[in-house]
Design a protein around this ligand. Structure first.
Ligand code: SAM
Length: 226
């Protein structure tokens, strides 16, 4: 019987290695090929899981070029697992182009449920979770002000990924565009040893992080317009 190929997106821990799922381990062990955003990062995870397998790199600088050959592998009946450095592939990480190419070819695509930074941040924030909007990283220069003006009218809870170097500036801009009293929650180093959840209004948080420059990885959750 012919083996039918598929693409499987495999979420990996965002800090705590215990967050890998049993199913993710099985898929990584049995896949014909593992595509990794940075093989130097993923080799550590595979070592921890005692999986010895060749990986191919699939990152934002080569993903356009390698699409055709990966799609061909799946068409030949291979199971290809895609992982990123941390969290769920295709969420502010490479993956979307490959998923779209497979969907266009009518190939099977699966995504395992698993770690991602935005959902724990939303759930722990204390802000409404019923409806929310994920903004990923704000544009750094061009288009930033336009986006902030647009988001000032957003009524759903908003989630942003942010670098520690821009956190205080971004919170300052939230004060300016959304109003100083808008509630927010800064989630830093989720699932790691120095996890920090800091709730307050955007003015308090901007002042705090100006006085205490942070390190690590950050999700900002902001209340929508009343
Ligand atoms: N694919 C990942 C996911 O599913 O969340 C996101 C990858 S994106 C390149 C990296 C950003 O995710 C970081 O800059 C930070 O904003 C957020 N992030 C990742 N891990 C985190 C953690 N442990 N705590 C807080 N934020 C995190």
């Amino acid at each position: 019987m012919d083996k039918s190929g598929k693409l499987i997106l495999v979420p990996t821990p965002i800090g705590n290695l215990q967050d890998i799922t049993l199913r993710a381990v099985t898929v990584l062990k049995t896949a014909d090929l593992i595509l990794a955003e940075d093989t130097r990062v993923s080799v550590k995870l595979l070592k921890h899981l005692e999986i010895e397998k060749h990986m191919m790199s699939h990152h934002k600088f080569n993903e356009h070029k390698t699409l055709t050959s990966i799609v061909a592998q799946i068409e030949m009946g291979n199971t290809v697992a895609l992982i990123s450095d941390a969290g769920t592939p295709a969420i502010s990480d490479p993956g979307f182009l490959l998923v779209r190419a497979c969907v266009e070819k009518g190939l099977e695509v699966e995504c395992l449920p698993g770690p991602t930074a935005l959902i724990p941040a939303l759930a722990v924030s204390g802000l409404p979770t019923e409806k929310f909007v994920f903004e990923g990283f704000l544009p750094q220069k061009k288009g930033r002000q336009t986006r902030l003006k647009f988001l000032a009218e957003e009524t759903r809870t908003m989630l942003f990924y942010e670098s520690p170097f821009r956190l205080a500036k971004t919170l300052g801009q939230f004060c300016e565009y959304f109003g100083a009293e808008r509630k927010a929650c800064v989630c830093r180093e989720l699932s790691k040893m120095f996890e920090e959840i800091n709730r307050g209004d955007v003015k308090e948080l901007a002042e705090y992080y100006t006085a205490h420059p942070p390190k690590g990885e950050i999700v900002i959750v902001v209340e929508g317009k009343a």
